[in-house]
Design a binder for this molecule. Structure first.
Ligand SMILES: NC(=O)C1=CN([C@@H]2O[C@H](COP(=O)(O)OP(=O)(O)OC[C@H]3O[C@@H](n4cnc5c(N)ncnc54)[C@H](O)[C@@H]3O)[C@@H](O)[C@H]2O)C=CC1
Ligand SMILES: O=C(CO)COP(=O)(O)O
Length: 334
């Protein structure tokens, strides 16, 4: 199989390394100098240091206008950019005629309305004819690049896309499960990032394991409520892209979103925390949309709201936690 991976950040590079042991892979970087540096070192020193690219991974740095022609020379296209670039990529590739999946987990930053869109909603606006979906699930790039056991979810309403993702990435170390509930898989991936900021904050303030378990569990309830209101199936949130990715990201120190919470608890400003990561933390950009869309749908998301108040500088870290604890008693089922 010939696979095109658009975006040479940590996750695109890790999947190129994993798939490159069995398939021909082209890894595209928008920056020519970065593509050349990776091609000569056979390592992505900036975004995924320490992992050698297999010989079957080739580098490319075509202009965005030339991507449709490049895509047509491959069997599957993976958009591995952050959420911020998904619209541009889908608009460019809408007529490429190849199955496509994006890896980004988040809501697009709002630009035409007061809230942002999930990937499948962006696709509906700019590339409605494209057979596409999302590859998601609990997966730190470093562990996948190291060949450590991982389970992913291939989500799409198109069987062609699900099958192509399984054929491309299922391997002795990566299990790929198919799922038709693309909205549910996307909501899980987007909301867990916001919740990981909250658990990072909680752990950074040394509030204890009870508090962390409470945040994960009540956060899962918030994620599920929002997802169901957006048309997802409730059972999706008990799977890899919901509970699975929430547990990984909320508790694993490799998470960039969790690190944002930890750094804020240490007294860093949001700007300092984001700058120190060197990678995208999508929860920072999705949190306001999560809360805005929940409000419009009449869905209660107090943990996500506390994260937004914290990111907006309206409350200090300890105050955010105090506000959550000071709420009225409620039913667990409510
Ligand atoms: N790193 C991980 O373990 C995982 C990341 N993801 C998701 O995958 C997405 C990408 O994450 P990472 O690769 O880790 O990010 P990263 O921060 O390591 O790299 C981002 C890459 O995208 C490129 N980029 C940024 N803007 C672009 C644009 N406008 N056009 C083209 N390329 C652009 C950057 O140059 C860089 O190569 C995010 O949405 C993240 O939530 C999902 C699963 C695992
Ligand atoms: O999505 C991820 C793991 O599944 C990566 O999470 P972070 O973006 O918080 O590092």
């Amino acid at each position: 199989m010939d696979i095109l991976v658009l975006g040479a950040g940590a996750w695109g590079t890790a999947l190129a390394i994993s798939a490159g042991t069995r398939h021909a892979v082209t890894l595209w970087a928008r920056d020519t100098a970065q593509a050349q540096a990776i091609a000569s070192a056979r390592v992505n020193a900036k975004y995924l240091p320490g992992f050698q690219l297999p010989p079957a991974v080739a580098l490319s740095a075509e202009a965005v206008a030339d991507l449709p022609a490049l895509a047509r020379r491959h069997d599957l296209v993976i958009v591995a950019t952050p959420m911020a670039a998904l619209r541009e990529m889908l608009a460019a590739l809408g007529a490429c005629g190849r199955p496509l999946a994006w890896l980004c987990k988040g809501f697009e930053a709002p630009w035409t309305r007061s809230y942002g869109l999930l990937g499948h909603e962006v696709r509906a606006e700019v590339a409605p004819a494209l057979a596409a979906g999302a590859l998601s699930g609990p997966s730190f790039a470093q562990e996948v690049a190291a060949g450590q056991p991982t389970a992913l979810v291939a989500a799409s309403e198109s069987a062609e896309v699900r099958d192509a993702l399984v054929a491309a990435f299922h391997s002795p170390s990566v299990r790929v499960y198919a799922n038709e509930d693309l909205p549910g898989v996307e909501v899980g991936g987007a909301v867990k990032n916001v919740l990981a900021i909250a658990t990072g904050l909680c752990d950074g303030l040394a509030l204890g394991l009870n508090a962390r378990a409470a945040l994960v569990t009540r956060g899962l309830a918030e994620m599920t409520r929002l997802g169901v209101a957006l048309g997802a199936r409730p059972e999706t949130f008990m799977g890899l892209s919901g509970l699975g990715d929430l547990v990984l990201t909320a508790t694993g120190d490799l998470s960039r979103n969790r690190r944002v919470g930890l750094l804020l608890a240490q007294g860093r400003t949001l700007q300092q925390a984001v700058a120190s990561l060197g990678h995208v933390a999508e929860g920072v950009y999705s949190a306001r949309t999560v809360v805005e869309r929940a409000r419009r749908l009449g869905v209660r998301m107090p943990i996500a709201e506390a994260v937004v108040d914290l990111l907006d500088g309206k409350v200090a870290p300890a105050e955010a936690v105090a506000l959550l604890m000071a709420r009225q008693p409620a039913s667990e089922a409510g």
